[in-house]
Design a protein around this ligand. Structure first.
Ligand SMILES: [Zn+2]
Length: 215
């Protein structure tokens, strides 16, 4: 089987996202790009995550051609492919409809950066890309263009697109965005939010890249 290990990793992350309550039922989709071949392993459309096996994960190229697997890929595969085509540094994409982030997206509002983790991991506020229908090539192109060099954006009236240097990092960014969205929501109820200034966001991001973790 082509890329068995990476396909299993995609299932592991989808299950983790379910456990973290970032997704309900089969909503949301996840992919990882293989560093050697450039092939993309993506969750299938509308299948329950806890029943998935490696064969169910679809392998495709960045143009959307299926290379291995009998399942229909996620309806958002054009979105994943568009991101991989534009971003050579991205090897994992996580798309969820997590509730608090989706609430900001429902208002077409950026999530302000009021917590350090959001600045450190995502690099600043989470901006909202304009509305396009789900699964469409317009959504794919608009979202990928709006993402620029960032690690996460909102998709208006829809959800969150998070990316990373691998699928674990993309998933972690989804979690951080949801936490940031939740905290910003509550903060707004308490009073006036104090947004972390742009230069401080940059310095938090830089020091995290340099110092965080075990490497
Ligand atoms: Zn979606």
């Amino acid at each position: 089987m082509l890329l068995q290990e990476l396909r299993e990793k995609v299932i592991e992350i989808a299950l983790k996202a379910q456990k973290e309550r970032l997704i309900s039922l089969t909503m949301g989709n996840f992919s990882a790009r293989d560093k050697e071949t450039g092939y993309i392993c993506i969750t299938p459309s509308g299948m329950e995550y806890d029943k998935l096996t490696a064969e169910d994960i679809v392998v495709m190229d960045a143009e959307g051609n299926i290379l291995d697997g009998d399942r229909k890929p996620s309806i958002e595969h054009p979105l994943h492919c568009a991101v991989y085509r534009r971003r050579k540094d991205v090897f994992g994409v996580s798309h969820t409809h997590s509730v608090f982030a989706a609430a900001w997206a429902a208002c077409n509002e950026n999530i302000p950066v009021v917590v350090a983790e959001l600045a450190a991991l995502v690099g600043g506020p989470v901006e909202c890309a304009p509305y396009k229908p789900m699964g469409s090539s317009e959504l794919a192109e608009t979202a990928a263009a709006h993402l620029k060099d960032r690690h996460a954006i909102l998709l208006a009236n829809h959800g969150v697109l998070a990316v990373g240097h691998d699928i674990e990092a993309a998933f972690a960014n989804s979690v951080v965005v949801e936490e940031g969205a939740k905290i910003a929501y509550y903060a707004r109820q308490i009073g006036v939010m104090r947004v972390i200034p742009e230069d401080e966001c940059r310095s938090l991001r830089k020091s995290t890249l340099e110092k965080y973790g075990q490497k």
